[in-house]
Write a protein that binds this ligand. Structure first.
Ligand code: 0X9
Ligand code: ZN
Length: 696
């Protein structure tokens, strides 16, 4: 059996471009006196055709963004000194956004104009502008105050590194009463500091459910059948900085009052990570804002969406502190991820949505491509056991907001993300929403439109997608149900301890959940299946033998040019592999298009690996027709290449999995009276009478 290893995009190059801005510091990069008066911070694309160029760029102390491909990095230039640094290093660049201040000011103006013209937006809360962290906390407290039977303000167990409490709301009928075994729907926002709409949508959904409870039949029914937990801002420190440190900075203050240098920048408005300043150390509260280890504080922190335990330490996450996707010193090393871990481990979260911005995507597990092999497992990651069901729900949600529903790895590989862990460890379905087309925090009216839907999605939008997710959370067909008799008032506990695979090791996980038996001596408990997806049967695609058809070309493409070759598929095959090879470490790139009847081209794949890695594109179940294979040369000096198109039939092989059980205990007066192992599958309803628990 041979498994072809076909690498997907390694870089973050699939991320759309956006404005990313950092804080200008009065330090080595402070503006030079004479020429800085006219300087406006700008976003540039720096050419980095080789690894050495990337390394060199990293030594210059510039504000690098995550928007980087194999041969470029987007950088914010804050001053003439930044320009000088770049030019003296011999790195070339193109200006993408010549005036970031104008861009930020434009957004600010649009927001102010909208707020002035709007008494009440059509959002459930009526808000007409982005919340601050205080606004979130006040709104959550108000929901509880105004609806005490329906809303409980919760405080997550771990305060943030800068010493803040992290709040959420739990919504449910008789929310303060005993837990009666209802399924949990979890909605998260703002893992990434600058992704403000992700918190707004989570919060609006909470307000929506609460204000429509009792009048809207669908919402009333859903709330009656679930517990909804909303944590709108997971990364409170990062968000607070991003939200409040975005004002213009007048560097005359820090410039000794000398040369009228007005270098306003939107400060930390585009911070991504949390406020970890030194790994393993809790720095003094409030110190995050001061800890500028790179321009803008952009380099400070751990990426909370790379710090979860699932496949932690693998591709698509960095081990360098200053990198935007820094994974942290260890799995779950950060308070933000510990909080969500404990929340998810102490309830049956049957569905979760973690909101981000942007790209208009609904992403489902897994985060890393199916052909990758985690050393901890020694076999390809494959598709999740529940792929068909995960896809069906993802597609249905995407039909409401017009987003693209796809595997998370199709964006780029990630490991250590929220649902890489939560789905694989608990079986609860998990999705990442990337809200909005093109900005991390766009003008507010876009937040309104994305929530309520606009144009052909009017009346749908994320609101409807979330409601569908909540319907999935309460649907017994998508999780498991235990029912039976047990003594009234007894505590039932379901527990499981296991090893969750990281990329090349494992961590210990414990799920520990309870419910209280009602006065009628019967219970119904909505739970996640006993066997974790990560150990279940796994579909692994292996290519069988020789290609059924193959064609090769050799050619030469001069720098900054491209060459097209056509290839026609006239039979049904499982895999279409396009491989580009060349003799030296120089870099070429590959793009693949489908040729339409009218001659126009539709992109169906591309690869943008780092220098030295050869380019391959793999298409599953390719449609018959003509394809255009495009070789691009960005900077290679020896541009001869070999291009090979191969068609394969693949065998889908099932790697047999394990069966795991829950341990169900019945406790009275804090004493375990009965203990039974319970094996239950997704969609199964199992009767377990705990009669021994009733005897004295
Ligand atoms: O990189 C991320 O964490 C997400 N994109 S963002 O621009 N918001 O930073 C995408 C994560 C996708 N991967 C998984 N959800 N596994
Ligand atoms: Zn994000």
């Amino acid at each position: 059996m041979t498994t072809r290893s076909v690498r997907r995009r390694a870089a973050l190059c699939a991320l759309p471009t956006a404005v990313l801005v950092g804080l200008a510091t009065a330090g080595p990069t402070a503006p030079a006196a004479a020429t800085s008066e006219e300087f406006r911070p700008q976003l540039v694309t720096v050419d980095t055709p080789t690894r050495e160029d990337k390394r060199l760029l990293q030594t210059l102390g510039l504000d690098l963004t995550e928007h980087a491909g194999h041969d470029y990095v987007e950088v914010v230039l804050h001053s003439p000194a930044d320009v000088t640094a770049l030019v003296s290093a011999g790195l070339g660049y193109d200006v993408r956004i010549p005036d970031l201040l104008a861009r930020e000011a434009e957004n600010n103006r649009a927001n102010a104009a909208y707020a002035a013209a709007t008494a009440r937006s059509p959002l459930p809360s009526g808000r007409d502008g982005y919340r601050t962290l205080d606004d979130y906390n006040a709104d959550m407290a108000a929901l509880e105050r105004d609806h005490p039977d329906l809303v409980e303000l919760i405080t997550l167990p771990h305060p943030s590194l800068d010493g803040r409490k992290i709040h959420g709301v739990e919504i449910g009928k008789d929310v303060r009463g005993p837990d009666r075994g209802l399924p949990t729907f979890l909605m998260l926002g703002v893992h990434h500091a600058r992704e403000w709409p992700s918190g707004e949508h989570a919060m609006e959904f909470a307000v929506d459910l609460v204000t429509n409870y009792g009048t809207d039949a669908r919402i009333t029914d859903l709330v009656d059948r679930s517990r909804v937990v909303v944590v709108p801002v997971v990364n409170v420190d990062g968000f607070h900085l991003s939200r409040t440190d975005g004002g213009l900075v007048d560097l005359r203050e820090t410039d000794g009052g000398g040369t009228a240098t007005i270098l306003g920048t939107p400060g930390n408005a585009y911070k991504r990570k949390n406020c970890r300043v030194v790994d393993g150390q809790d720095t003094p509260d409030g110190s995050c804002a001061l800890a500028v280890t790179s321009n803008g504080g952009y380099g400070v922190g751990v990426d909370p969406n790379r710090n979860y335990g699932g496949y932690w330490g693998g591709p698509g996450a960095s081990d360098l502190f200053a990198d935007p996707t820094y994974r942290g010193a260890a799995p779950f090393s950060e308070p933000e991820t510990q909080n969500i871990r404990e929340l998810v481990s102490s309830r049956h979260v049957t569905t979760l949505i973690t909101n981000h911005t942007f790209s208009n995507l609904v992403l489902r597990p897994n985060g890393a491509a199916p052909d990758l092999v985690a050393p901890s497992e020694g076999m390809p990651l494959g598709d999740p056991f529940d792929e068909a069901a995960l896809k069906a729900l993802g597609d249905e949600m995407a039909a409401q907001n017009g987003y693209t529903s796809q595997h998370a790895w199709e964006l780029y590989d990630t490991t250590g993300s929220t649902e890489d862990w939560s789905y694989n460890a608990t079986g609860g379905f998990g999705y990442t929403f990337e809200i909005g087309p093109d900005e991390f925090h766009p003008p507010f009216p876009e937040v309104v439109d994305e929530y309520l839907g606009a144009g052909e999605y009017a009346g749908k939008g994320n609101r409807e997608a979330y409601l569908i997710a909540l319907e999935n959370a309460v649907n017994p067909a998508t999780h498991s149900v235990l029912t039976g008799k047990a003594p009234a008032g007894a505590t039932l506990r379901l527990r499981k301890t296991f090893a969750t695979p990281t990329w090349d090791g494992s961590i210990q996980d414990s799920l520990d959940t309870t419910m209280t038996v009602g006065p009628d001596g019967k219970y119904t408990w909505h739970v996640n299946p006993s066997t974790r997806p990560v150990v279940m049967d796994r579909q692994v695609e292996t290519v069988s033998g020789e290609p059924v058809a193959e064609q090769s070309w050799t050619g030469t493409t001069l720098p900054a040019q491209s060459t097209d070759r056509e290839f026609t598929i006239d039979q049904d095959v499982d895999l279409f592999e396009i491989a580009l090879d060349w003799p030296t470490p120089d870099d070429l790139d590959l793009e693949v298009y489908r040729k339409n009847a009218d001659g126009s081209l539709t992109s169906v794949g591309g690869s943008g690996n780092f220098v030295g890695e050869k380019e391959r594109v793999l298409l599953q179940d390719p449609a018959q027709g003509t394809y255009v294979l495009r070789v691009l040369n960005f900077a290679s000096v020896t541009p001869s290449w070999t291009l090979t198109a191969s068609l394969f039939n693949a065998e889908s092989e099932t790697v047999a999995g394990l069966v795991e059980n829950w341990t169900l205990t019945c406790e009275r007066d804090g004493r375990v009276v009965e203990r039974v192992p319970v094996t239950v599958e997704r969609g199964q309803q199992l009767r377990v009478n705990l009669t021994a628990c009733g005897r004295r």
